[in-house]
Ligand binder design. Sequence first.
Ligand code: CP
Length: 309
Amino acid sequence: MPLASRHLLGLEGVPKEDIQLILDTATSFREILERPIKKVPTLQGMTIVNLFFESSTRTRISFELAERRLSADVVNFSADLSSVKKGETLKDTARNIEAMKIDMVVMRHAAVGAAHFLTRVIKAIIINAGDGTHEHPTQALLDMYSIREKLGKIEGLNICIVGDISHSRVALSNIYGLKTMGANVAVCGPKTLIPREIGKLGVKIFYSVDEAIKWANVLNVLRIQLERQDRAFFPSLREYRQYFAITKERLDKSEKQITILHPGPINRDVELSAEVADSEHSLILQQVLNGVAVRMAVLYLLGTRSESK
Ligand code: CP
């Protein structure tokens, strides 16, 4: 069965079967990444534009590698070097790029809803690589893939997202995806960094990280996004670290082996101690590797779905 939607804009409303299909397809692509020649001709002839209006290391390189490994033609757009600098709008930028006959756009943008907007102004397939504080669906998919790979399942696990929930697109996509896949989901952080209405999404809330650690099998630790904070949400980084950092001392109090995820980039020794980040608890670099396979799966499923229409 093809995916229900021709775009990937977020995980809100994406059916369980589609998430399952993406994760299962990623398993086949993950195997290709271990081969000496890590390339298949699957998307030969397709042209994909990576439209990044915000900085990125992991997502941009991961998408580009995934596209090249599938033999697509790849064009990279960076807002800083484009006519956006001269005042060109997102709509005009996208329509001009589409006029050059492209098939797919992967976009990161600071505005919530930017990827949805793009689906209304151009005909290409759109993949959201992060829109403001809204969603980052491929990050949540690679997080779920990494949890399933390590722990053998997602359903029934206690998974807590820790940190700056309010400013995080990773948190929202993880909540939608994990709940669809049957996990028990919680968030943990200072009251000022947890949206007031979050309980309506069916998540537990912890204000004590030690309580969260007692409950969880997996902690997905988020970066404190100082660049998105227009006022002080906690007194100091030192105080944040004292009450909310995931440290070895805190994890050692738990009888369970807790798996640690972080989408990156990490503020080492702020939300996560360097010791834990580099420990056997951590899946961080595995997440990055799995991200290429998951993005290959998304590109393949969307690219071939449109071909068959
Ligand atoms: N996880 C993530 O989105 O990282 P980048 O901002 O480096 O793409």
